[in-house]
Write a protein that binds this ligand. Sequence first.
Ligand code: ADP
Ligand code: MG
Ligand code: MG
Length: 246
Amino acid sequence: ANQLEIRDLWVSIEGQPILKGVNLVVPKGEVHALMGPNGTGKSTLGKVIAGDPEYTVDKGEVLVDGQNILELEPDERAKLGLFLAFQYPVEVPGVTIANFLRLCLNAKRGEDVSVSEFYSKVTKAIQTLEWSEDYLTRYLNEGFSGGEKKRAEILQLMVLEPTYAILDETDSGLDIDALKVVAKGVNAMRGPEFGALVITHYQRLLNYIVPDRVHVMLEGKIVMSGDKELALELEAKGYDWLKATV
Ligand code: ADP
Ligand code: MG
Ligand code: MG
């Protein structure tokens, strides 16, 4: 099946259960949103999919096009077409954005990408993000503002062209311009060969990235799924309404 599937996933940290049987399917070609109150396990889900060793998977599977990835190293997951922005280092001293992007793309392909192909990809992405090519020679994230870091991350997404992306936009504190950058990148990627799970606490981002489907997590489980209207309903009624409903 061409999908990212999370099947009955149970995760704990230091013996304390956090995810309690998460089931979620993101078909290739669709953009889904994951919402929910703070502390319900949304970021935990993203980190487990990225292969963060801090968490213990007690049960369940994460399948990329039918293959369980939980035993794979983070770079092997990337080779399968997964993109997890937050698995990458925050600052890489002495490495320019251009070189970093090339290293990532070569690693994903398992061979060196030609200079011309690389530059045509990068310039196209830079134009879509309305960024300046001057940034390519800057050191990755060194002295970057929150918005610039976000642009660099989305640039990486666009150059790597993953099959499935997981973007955790929860603890961002980003201004509206930065949200628009995320949206521009994700919307430019949209198409039959791309699926995404956008994790967000607030509905606001979903005004710019209109999701095909919305899932709501509460206390380590998906308790409700619906179309884009569900995000608006949650925004209007609040998470307390949800807790009372389920
Ligand atoms: P969300 O992203 O929905 O706000 P998180 O996944 O960040 O939720 O956290 C879910 C729960 O797991 C919270 O109660 C949080 O305190 C706990 N948790 C997450 N990461 C850790 C950690 N590294 N150590 C201890 N507890 C953690
Ligand atoms: Mg949180
Ligand atoms: Mg979070």
